[in-house]
Design a protein around this ligand. Structure first.
Ligand code: ZN
Length: 251
């Protein structure tokens, strides 16, 4: 709604928002911040999403109007929009001097697989990432997903049970369509492994922009440019990339 995205852009942004929200929840401290940027060389341009440690996300794509032909089976061709020649960049800011910043090649463009590869390459953690966004007309009806990672001491037994489960479960979108809640998906993914729910979080898309922050951004362009704005435009309109809110500043 905020970004007026086409269906395929909605799917790409929704998948990235979901994965980034889950990864945000993996961070430990309140002030931790995560940014994921996917740039696969496709017509969507970049997808940029940030999350805090509560899984509250915001994000945008550089070309929300992107249109690509669907796959022959009628599914949205997300890889066609994202591209398969570029990088997934993950920036983790834990409030230290230098944030963690890692970039790894994109080779799927369908996003979930690209996150899986990221975990394998950056953290050497075998993971399964599954994401789904279901749109009807122009509305998102369901969106969700899961990330499962192996603990270093996982036994062969656990691994083969997990592999069996993953091979047998329906897609995330089908599970959501049939009314599955996150706990139900968990039960299916971790079938036979007696999962326990340790914590629940309400996640959402939320922007934290404000007129004060936009004023700071305006100030940072410098006296010369500000004087130009005042003399030529008699004021300024500054838009937030994340939520498209417009802020007006008078002369
Ligand atoms: Zn905003």
């Amino acid at each position: 709604d905020l970004h007026k995205t086409t269906k395929v852009a909605t799917a790409a942004l929704g998948r990235t928002l979901t994965a980034t929200s889950i990864m945000g929840l993996m961070m430990k401290n309140d002030g931790d911040k995560l940014t994921v940027i996917l740039k696969g060389g496709g017509p969507i341009g970049s997808i940029l999403v940030t999350s805090n440690s509560k899984g509250i996300v915001k994000g945008y794509v550089s070309n929300p109007n992107v249109e690509v032909e669907d796959y022959p089976n009628g599914k949205l061709n997300v890889a066609g929009a994202v591209g398969q020649d570029g990088v997934i960049r993950v920036i983790k800011d834990f409030g230290l001097k230098e944030p963690y910043n890692g970039a790894y090649p994109i080779n799927s463009g369908e996003i979930a697989q690209d996150f899986t590869n990221y975990f394998a390459m950056s953290e050497q953690t075998p993971s399964v990432v599954s994401l789904g966004v279901y749109t009807r007309e122009d509305e998102v009806e369901y969106a969700g997903g899961f990330i499962v990672q192996l603990m270093p001491d996982a036994t062969e037994e656990v691994i083969s049970q997990l592999e069996k489960n993953i091979a047998e479960i329906p897609s995330v979108t089908d599970m959501l369509k049939s009314g599955c809640k996150p706990e139900d998906m968990l039960e299916r993914v971790l079938f036979g492994l007696s999962p326990k729910v340790l914590e629940k979080n309400e996640v959402t898309f939320e922007c934290d922009c404000s007129k004060e922050r936009m004023a700071e951004a305006l100030i940072s362009i410098g006296k010369h440019s500000l004087t130009e704005l005042i003399e030529e435009d008699k004021g300024a309109e500054v838009g937030c990339q994340f939520c498209n809110q417009k802020y007006n500043f008078a002369e």
